[in-house]
Design a protein around this ligand. Sequence first.
Ligand code: ZN
Length: 448
Amino acid sequence: MTRVTCYGGVNEIGGNKVLVEDGDARIWLDMGQSFGFGSEYFGEFLDFRSRFGLRDYFALNLLPRLPGLYSAEWLEGARFDYEPARFSAVFISHIHFDHTNHLKFLDPKIPVHMGEGTKIMLESWEETGRFNLEEHDYRTFRTGRRIRVDGVEVTPVHVDHSAPAAYGFLLNTEAGTIAYTGDLRQHGPHAEMTREFIEAAAREKPVALITEGTRVAPKDPRQSSSEADVRDKSIDTAGRSKGKLVIATFYPRDVDRMRTFLEVAKAVERKYVLQSKAAHLLLSLRRDARISVPDVLRDHDILVYDRRFDKQPSWESDLFRQLGDRVVTSDDVNRHQSDYLLQLDFWTLNELIDIQPAPGTTFIHSKSEPIEEDDEVERILRNWVRFCKLRRYQYHASGHMSEAEVGDMVRTIAPKVVIPVHTEHPERFTRFSPRVIQPVRETPIPLT
Ligand SMILES: [Zn+2]
């Protein structure tokens, strides 16, 4: 008996938690946290009572009560008995938190498989920030490697997404092959990787395709532009920003975008000023020879911004020591505004107080446009833009396939059934395949 049960990613974008059961194997595909997780009950200073472990999570039906999944620590006080691990493994498609964040609750005895690049990024993030998934039995893979787990062979195949080291998976089960897309796009700089996944999946003639559908919607607010479009438009805008600072904001794990803005800086003969966490991430990723990243140590067009913490963490002092005179402060940026392209993310907007950008300074917002009206981050960002009299531009390439591309992929792979996850519109998949099963949370879908 082979079956698929979705515990997250159902009628929502993100939060994927898909359990595949086949014979003795019980394999999780991703262990993500939904966007806005718990926000129906918590916010402001009202929070989960973590002193009782997972008690509040279970009581509010925010996490499934599955024996043998959670760690003994998180079950302490949760009114749910610890049992030894009953799951074979977790396979992580990529590092984004809507695919990884609930790993922190898991029994550390359950092996967690992820790409080598994902592991490197995770280590960098745990060292430089508050992101922490706790200890696990991590095992890393590369594309094409076959991993045998309790009788099921799992093959990760690389895909292109807005985080490096992103993968889809092919699982050989008794019922046939199950293909899982993770998150993927076809208009990015590594489109060939996504094509290779689609070809590999199609060859397997899968019994089921579990696919993302972020942009499968009656109205798609995400733009269809490519990474090259973002670069070209930004070069044009930065080129017209003579005498003024250029500021860019993008997702902190989007290495492609980091490289794009380095290209922009070089094209308009500016120095590229990165935040220290971004520089640390790039430096860490040099350990993975297959991911090409800007060389923070050797490329003299890259500078790193010092926020002047009174207690400087050791990773940052190590980084600054290696960079020598390529560390700049708000004073340097303030005095030489026309020489720099500065990366400034949401959490560093307060640096604008000392940078004092000249009115009319270019601010390139290179992330998704806010989708909800009451977006708190957007409200605050708008006020900073207004306060500093910045000129805002919106240039972004999405990490996800368009609806038409998802349709082509489904038709090419031609699975027996399609199970849409990571989408608000699973009903629209009937356009691409006559055999769509819309998952219901925590309800098994039998495949034999
Ligand atoms: Zn996602």
